[in-house]
Ligand binder design. Structure first.
Ligand code: GLN
Length: 260
């Protein structure tokens, strides 16, 4: 894969980064480097212009309501239109939790502030007075990345999907989009929104490769990516699943113990 370059845009790295979200960028860089693909990472923040043709892959992490308010104003100005255009033209994108919410139509925080989103995803989010916190397992239904995803969630927002996007997968354990309809995340073209922190990609390498391949296809004619030795990544995935099995056993015992 020598001679290929992937242009990665990390949005608001200093504001939108919790639970190791920037590890996703490191995982993308490493998986490309192991295949001889050059990665150029640009970090854009408040006030920086964004040209939709300049990048193949975008990443935005999660953030607290306070940081989301700062980013909201900036992203819903020119950057939002540029991001929508890039995704329409085939760019890949990964957004986590607070970033995912800001790429939707709106986020009404649990304290009553209405943050307008950029409408890339046909989703709406409303904050609740309790938080969804804990390990999550998801059955990913994304074509080319089917299988289990593991991660960690911590959000007050409940996200509902409209007809313009589809879920990333179905919750096996945890809460996902809203704790009610069993969906987790959303997909529109090559753009993904998800509640999974973690970092997500180091222990879900199939999803990392799904993004890398779609991003490279923006400018290169490629069938697929050469496989890597993922034994460490798979061990990390299994370790996260065993924590979830432990949590679900504890939950099951708690439910039985409460007599319900
Ligand atoms: N502030 C948002 C919420 O609580 C997002 C949190 C996050 O990114 N983990 O729903």
């Amino acid at each position: 894969m020598k001679g290929l370059t992937l242009r990665l845009c990390h949005l608001y790295p200093e504001l939108m980064n919790i639970y190791g979200d920037r590890g996703n960028v490191i995982a993308l860089e490493r998986r490309c480097a192991w295949r001889g693909i050059r990665v150029e990472v640009s970090r854009l923040t408040l006030g920086d212009p964004l040209d939709p043709g300049d990048f193949d892959l975008f990443f935005i992490g999660g953030g607290q309501d306070r940081e989301q308010m700062l980013v909201c104003e900036d992203i819903s100005a020119e950057k939002g239109a540029a991001l929508r255009q890039a995704v329409e033209e085939g760019a890949a994108l990964l957004s986590i939790c607070g970033g995912y919410q800001l790429l939707g139509r709106s986020f009404l925080t649990w304290t009553g502030e209405l943050l307008p989103g950029i409408g890339l995803f046909d989703v709406e989010t409303v904050g609740g007075d309790t938080r969804f916190i804990g390990n999550v397992a998801v059955r990913c239904t994304l074509e080319g990345a089917e299988g289990t995803l593991v991660g960690f969630e911590n959000h007050s927002g409940r996200t509902r999907l409209g007809p313009g996007c589809r879920p990333l997968g179905q919750v096996i354990f945890g809460h996902g989009n809203n704790g009610e309809d069993g969906t987790e995340g959303c997909v529109y073209r090559n753009a993904i929104g998800t509640y999974l922190h973690g970092s997500l990609l180091p222990k879900n390498p199939r999803l990392a490769d799904w993004l890398i391949l779609r991003a490279l296809r923006r400018r290169h004619d490629l069938e697929g990516l050469p496989p890597l030795d993922d034994s460490l990544e798979e061990a990390a995935h299994r370790a996260a699943l065993s924590l979830i099995r432990r949590d679900s056993g504890l939950l099951w015992r708690a439910i039985r113990g409460s007599g319900r």
